[in-house]
Every structure is written in C-alpha cells, then in structure tokens.
Design a protein around this ligand. Structure first.
Ligand code: ADP
Ligand code: MG
Length: 306
C-alpha cells in the first residue's frame, strides 16, 4: 500500500487506455535566462481508464501543457514511455503514428487562433477526414453537419466562417473537428480559460455530455479547481514537473493531503489570492511545500508525495 511509485507501479485500474510511465521532458534551451535545463515534466507516471475524465492541475509553468503534448508525441519526451491502447506511442514509426493520431486528438485553449479564418466552418470541421480517410465531399459535409449538431450548433453554421462566431461557439467548432475522426482520447489544454465565465459552464457540460454519448476519454488541463471538481473523475496535481497528488477529484479537492494542493485551493476566488493560480513566473520557488519525497499510495488509488 505504501510502495513508492516507480516503473511498473502505478495506480491500479482495469484496462487503461493510457499508461504513462516515468515520463520526463527536459528543455535544454529556452526560457531560463541562466541557460540551465528545465525539467518541465519530471518522472511522471499515471494511467487513464477508458471513459475517464482525468484532470491535470497546477499553477502556470508547472508542466501541464508539456505533459499534454508529450502524451500525443507533439513534443518528444526525453525519457519514459506512453502506451495508448497497449501501443508504445514513443516507439512508433511515423506512418503508424499518423494513423494512431486519428484516435488521439487535442483541443487548445484559444478558440480564436486555432481555426483557419479563410475556411468555412464545414471545411474546418471536415478537414481531418481528408487527411485520414478517403471520403467524398458530400459525405464529409454531411458528417461535418452531424458533428456541428452534436456540439449544439445549427448545421447552417457550417456555411459561415469562424469570425462570425463567439468564443464559446468557436470552442464548439474546435470540438466538432476534434471528434470527427471518432477518436478514443481527446487531450484538452485549458479548454475554457479564454471564455467568459457564463460560457465556461456550457462548454464543460458539453464535454460531459460528449464523453457519455461517445464513450470518450478526456485528459484535460485545468487551472480552475472548481471546474475540475465538477468535470473530472480523477485529478493529478502538478508542481514543477512532478505529480504531488493523484486521486479521485472529490477526494483530492475536498480533502487535499499535499500542502501544495491546499495552497492551490486557498487561492480559489473568494478564498484568498487568485493570482497564485495564474501569475507566478515559471521556475520561481513557491512559498511552501516542495515536490520532494516519493509518491505513495496512502489509501487505495490515492497517491501523495511525502
Ligand atoms: P504549464 O502548461 O503548466 O503552464 P508548461 O508546460 O507550459 O507549463 O511549461 C513548463 C516549464 O517548461 C516552464 O518552465 C516553461 O518555461 C518550460 N517550457 C515550456 N516549453 C518550453 C520550450 N519549448 N522550451 C523551453 N522551455 C519550455
Ligand atoms: Mg499550459
């Protein structure tokens, strides 16, 4: 029950869709003025079950986006492994990887820059079909219209261009595009951070509904812990590239065990300073707990670094 979380020893789940083992990404050039390497993702292990919504939480600069991109091999990790449906993603030759990519999609934060302004919404949503399968234009359009309906847009929306839509509607369009190849996994990097609060709830509910209707698995980067509590089945809390806590969202966010998680919760709006979640520069030492020690399974499926 208290064995350290090392290779091959992960939170036990049946038939996980995603198995991440000791994943590490070191940037040797870039943001640090000192020129020192940055361990953006540092020895991270976890599994994600089929149909699960798994949240990655942590302040800005903690490594969430880097981890999300490594899962899909959009960034090449320095070491460790990622298995998707039993296939070693990092070892896969490029052609096989292209095929697998259809089953793993990503959705970014900014619905304004992710959609090509020159294309119609129908073309945007249907485009992945041209790259991955041989479909007629008519079938593509029909399928795009179906997806637009699924995400709550009027199918006539397909004839317009993205600038005609609000941020929330654009995120619906981006989701329709991410879903058109019928993926198993969608990674979402702060999908609602750029949206008005009133619109956030609609998109979050859409994620829940699409997960249920399409049996999807979502890995979602969030910095709003209230949203994480509502949306996610399990969450991992990340600090400076390392997981400090993993468990059921209700457990972790209602009775946090790691001081860093408590610190994040204290920074929730209405409970203290919100800027702790947003503004701190990457790499600056946090005021309290460090991500030292070993991740241990303190109760079944509840891992805490101590
Ligand atoms: P988060 O998504 O949690 O805000 P990131 O994954 O974007 O965190 O960044 C984690 C750390 O890695 C930060 O210190 C960041 O400056 C660094 N980093 C991210 N991308 C690069 C890159 N391409 N080159 C160098 N350093 C990077
Ligand atoms: Mg990020």
């Amino acid at each position: 029950m208290t064995a350290p979380l090392t290779a091959g020893r992960r939170p036990a789940l049946t038939a996980p869709l995603l198995e991440v083992d000791r994943l590490t990404k070191v940037f040797t050039t870039g943001s640090r003025r000192s020129g020192e390497p940055v361990r953006a993702v540092d020895d991270v292990s976890f599994d994600v079950a089929r149909g699960e919504i798994f949240g990655l939480l942590g302040e800005s600069g903690s490594g969430k986006s880097t981890l999300a991109r490594c899962l899909l091999r959009l960034i090449a990790p320095t070491s460790g492994s990622v298995r998707f449906d039993g296939v070693d993603v990092l070892d896969l030759p490029e052609a096989a990887m292209r095929k697998l990519r259809a089953r793993m999609q990503i959705l970014f934060q900014d619905p304004y820059s992710s959609l090509d302004p020159r294309m119609t919404v129908r073309e945007i949503v249907g485009e992945p079909l041209t790259a991955h399968t041989a479909t007629s234009r008519r079938d593509r359009e029909q399928r795009a219209d179906d997806l637009l309906t699924l995400v709550g847009l009027d199918p006539t929306a397909g004839r317009r261009r993205p600038h005609a839509f609000s941020g929330g509607q654009r995120q619906r369009i981006a989701l329709a595009r991410a879903l058109i190849l019928d993926p198993d996994l969608v990674v979402l990097d702060e999908p609602v951070s750029a949206l008005d609060v009133s619109v956030q709830a609609q998109i979050i509910n859409l994620l829940r509904e699409t997960r249920r209707r399409l049996s999807l698995t979502y890995v979602v980067v969030l910095h709003d812990l209230a949203i994480a509590r509502y949306l996610c089945d399990r969450v991992a809390v990340m600090q400076r590239g390392r997981f400090v806590e993993i468990g059921a969202a209700a457990d972790v966010l209602e009775s946090p065990r790691h001081p860093y998680t408590r610190q994040l919760l204290d920074a929730l709006p209405g409970r203290g300073r919100r800027e702790a979640l947003h503004g701190r520069a990457p790499g600056v030492a946090g005021p309290i707990a460090d991500a030292r020690g070993e991740l241990r399974e303190v109760v079944p499926d509840r891992w805490v670094r101590e």
